[in-house]
Ligand binder design. Structure first.
Ligand SMILES: [Fe+2]
Length: 195
């Protein structure tokens, strides 16, 4: 075999192995690991704390690994902007996710979670719907709520934090179970907030 021919054959073999040797699970695991690493490396501590709560709630509620990936990536846009972070994150992820061997439907679910987890958004996929609810529930994690209220109080913007909590509570009233609503009211009461 000529060296050029040999090289071509090796590349062909690599391509074939790449397509067939990896089970899809491995690829999703790889994506999950990369998403967690990205969150840990790039997000500020407040957003990282929140993101960890979102990811653990997704797991607790029986989400699959695609839902988990969406949880870890949902606020990535905040690394560069708060306003429009969902659109920026969506556009970034649309390109980045092409690196991974997951299906178009799985990509769509992740993108829906990133783009449509806001209070006024209308997610279409099960991942997007879960993310919208869980993103709101995460705000009522006791530790996170305590931290964020303290922070906003220290910068004289406590009303802004309360307004955000109320907005998220409205999502839970709309999409959550009676237990979710109960939990949110319990935590809000702890901080003397009516939601
Ligand atoms: Fe979030």
């Amino acid at each position: 075999m000529e060296p050029a021919e040999m090289q071509e054959a090796v590349e062909k073999l690599e391509e074939l192995v790449e397509k067939t040797d990896w089970g899809k699970d491995h690829r999703v695991e790889d994506l999950l690991l990369r998403s967690r690493n990205l969150a840990a490396a790039l997000l500020d501590p407040y957003v990282l704390f929140h993101t960890k709560v979102v990811a653990s709630l997704v797991k607790k509620r029986g989400g699959d690994r695609i839902d988990e990936v969406a949880a870890w990536l949902h606020d990535t846009g905040r690394v560069v902007t708060d306003d429009g972070h969902r659109d920026v994150g969506y556009l970034w992820a649309k390109k980045w996710l092409k690196k991974f061997y997951i299906t178009d439907e799985e990509i769509e679910r992740i993108l829906d979670g990133i783009k449509n987890h806001g209070t006024k958004d209308d997610p279409k996929t099960k991942t997007g719907k879960m993310l919208k609810l869980v993103d709101a529930l995460a705000v009522f994690d006791e530790g996170w709520a305590a931290m964020i209220l303290k922070y906003y109080e220290s910068v004289g913007k406590i009303e802004k934090a309360i307004k955000m909590l109320r907005k998220k509570a409205s999502v839970i009233h709309e999409l959550g179970s009676p237990e979710d609503v109960e939990e949110v009211e319990r935590v809000a009461k702890m901080f003397g907030i009516e939601v």
